[in-house]
Design a protein around this ligand. Sequence first.
Ligand code: GLA
Length: 693
Amino acid sequence: MHDFGPINPRLPTLWHGGDYNPDQWPPEIRKEDARLMKLAHANVASTAIFAWSQLEPRPGEYDWSWLDETFDRLPKAGVSIALATPSAAHPRWLTALHPEIQAVDRNRQRLPHGTRQRFCPTSPVYREHVGRIDRALAERYGAHPALVLWHVSNEYGNACWCDLCAAQFREWLEERYGTLDNLNHQYWSGFWSHRFSEWPEILPPYAACGVVPDGLALDWRRFQSHQVCDFFKHEAGVLAEVTPEVPITTNLMGFYDGLDYAKFADVMDVVSWDSYPRVGGDPAAVACTHALMRGLKHNLPWLLMEQTPSSTNWMEHNALKAPGLMRLWSWQAIGHGADSSMYFQWRRSRGGHEKFHGAVVAHAGNESPRVFQEVAALGEEMDRIGRQVVGTRVAKARVGVLWDQENRWALEGSCGPSRQKRLLETAVKHYRAVWQNNIAVDVVRMDADWSPYDVLIAPMLYMVKSGRFPLQAAPEEMTARANEAEKIEKWVAAGGTFVATYLTGIVNESDLVYEGGYPGPLRSMLGIWAEEIDMPEPGRGANAIVMKKGAFAGAKPRYKCERVFDLINAEGAKVLATYGSNWYKGRPCLTVNPCGQGLAYYIATDAEEAFLADFYRAVAAAKRIVPVVRPAAGVEVLLREGPDRKLLFLLNHAAKSRQVSLGKVRGKDLLSGKGLNGTVKLEPYGVRVIECV
Ligand code: GLA
């Protein structure tokens, strides 16, 4: 997993460039673009992303002229090409010829031609046409030395509810459950008389269906994701056949809820994603999203495929990035393992939906605007130190937050115990609590190798998969890897510290509740039984966590908690804290249970951030995990390392200057060339990349 090569040896430095759509611009502008790219120190352009109607203006009639010219001109300016496949937006003539390629919505309405990402991923006709144009692109440009990456489609996110998808869904279910009896049992379908007696009776959960079994609704989400992933495999398969040596990606969207990205990552050579945080938002949430994206491919380098150089144009309010902010966020991504900073868009579009979206080249069309100057200055820095950064990886974290998209679908799809579960918010809250202590933390897949981690945090692991489904899995595949309870227990017994919260261990992978009380298969490991769950209205029932003496090092006597209150019974676990009020005052709300060489904690309530920060500091310290440098408010500290170097990133997210005490760390700031030790003063949004000695 830890190989230290660049993403593509043809471009062995940090990638800097933009989403470049030359097809609508006249030759003199394209010429000017090459000059401006040179000035901006751009070395890569992601090209032709939505260009199908320009590549193939009429069925079978191709116009390669502008793309040929791009492949000719850009490399002369030192710019490589990440070439896109155009499947995200198909031409109108294709819909006119084959209306059935358009997706159907959950009201069973065939959608007219309109916005992008509106195709049916099952449609054999669409697959055929996409395969044809992808192959034509690969055959024409595959051998070109400037081609460094396939950018497949764009931000897949289709959902289709057509009859073809429904038929495939039934086949997918048949493979998963084998028999209808099995499926009926897993869905508990007798409830409200949903029992199925023939496969064709199973329908997608159309809007008008209202309530269907939770297991069915969950499986439909899984299937929709599976089908889009299968479409991606189809595209990737065509490209890999023609150009096996060119790496393949598709740009993802962070915590996007529609797809299970873990499955997509297994098809990609390199993960890439589009980061559009709100100006004024929480840097920890961005950090956590970078960690999620990095974890998909087990911490290999990834690409920041898009960010805006200045503002977005699709939010309700679109603030500009103040001077320095774009640079800070770019280095933040790199500190989190990105080997690039790339922008949407290179040149601001003259028309269409995104004509006000930030761009490297503004409508003014030259190099004078502030934004261009900042991009060029960053490009110069990336150019200067890129080769020293590439070849390093984010240093191995020993703490991880577990994230499973299927768990999210199940938990949030379930009506009770209360509608609002706030899983993502909670995961970020736990992540932030570790992160703000300057302790490296990953976001980890359920099926990853957990052996590098000492502490794993599982916020609301409501679903714990038994590994029984899909049924066709060979027995040897049904190992502890698939049975999550066994996997967790084994990992803890070997010495890990596991932190579970309320709403854990309740259902299996079909959303069927485990018998015998919560937290189901984790009950004996956690040494508790969660008897009832209290989730009152917001603002009501606020409570206190009253700590027992010596519960953990540095604990305050009391902390606040709110929203969720599990009423648990200790069954062998040691009680570390109890509720401070309400009729359940005195009942445990924080426990720890030994298991083999390890420890299993249970946090029964939604604790305030101060609790989590103190708790994780103590848990980490008990494992001798210490911050590289002492935390300073608003300053993020990240470490990348390679076989022969260590790079420490100091990132000041505050609009004020900050002091950071380096402790024993000393080295040279690669950006300024200055030697650093003792205390470093960071200017507002300041960045240091210190090569440690
Ligand atoms: C996404 C898309 C781009 C563009 C930007 C604008 O990342 O991939 O095509 O729409 O958003 O914010």
